[in-house]
Ligand binder design. Structure first.
Ligand SMILES: [Zn+2]
Length: 154
């Protein structure tokens, strides 16, 4: 047989890793821990945000719905960190470049839509977790001590 099944315990481990990769990446876990340590535990993970007419906008990695602070935790490779500017994979360069462009575009659209809805949007890059999480934590603090904006018109 050309295709031999892997050992029984391995696929399960593999599945867990694949399932966790997008939702519980290590940078995200670090940022959450920093927020908790900063005394800001009330975040929601992948909280669904709709626009005023009920259309789905996005689910930020971390959100404080009451304070309207959204935090995206981005891996430098997949989200194309401008600081790291990591090289594209050598094979299938066109495929990857298109895929990455879509990622970046989607990130931009989400952030823009949230800003339009009056959210404070923060991106924490994998390579700058400490400063990124600190500035996001500051934003949550500010939202805590300031009254949430004036009621929307219409
Ligand atoms: Zn980076």
């Amino acid at each position: 047989m050309a295709l031999e099944a892997p050992p029984a315990s391995s696929p399960a481990v593999h599945n867990v890793m694949v399932a966790n990769r997008s939702a519980n990446t290590k940078p995200e876990i670090l940022v959450r821990r920093m927020l908790r340590q900063a005394g800001l535990p009330g975040y929601r993970l992948h909280w669904r945000i709709d626009d005023p007419v009920g259309r789905y906008v996005c689910r930020p990695d971390i959100a404080y719905p009451g304070r309207k602070v959204a935090i995206f935790v981005h891996g430098c490779f997949w989200h194309r960190c401008p600081e790291c500017d990591l090289a594209l994979p050598k094979s299938n360069a066109e495929y990857w470049s298109e895929k990455f462009e879509r990622n970046v575009e989607r990130d931009r659209e989400k952030a823009g839509a949230l800003l339009d809805l009056g959210w404070d949007v923060h991106t924490v890059w994998e390579c700058g977790i400490d400063t990124g999480a600190a500035s996001a934590a500051n934003a949550v603090f500010r939202a805590l001590i300031q009254p949430t904006g004036t009621p929307k018109e219409g």
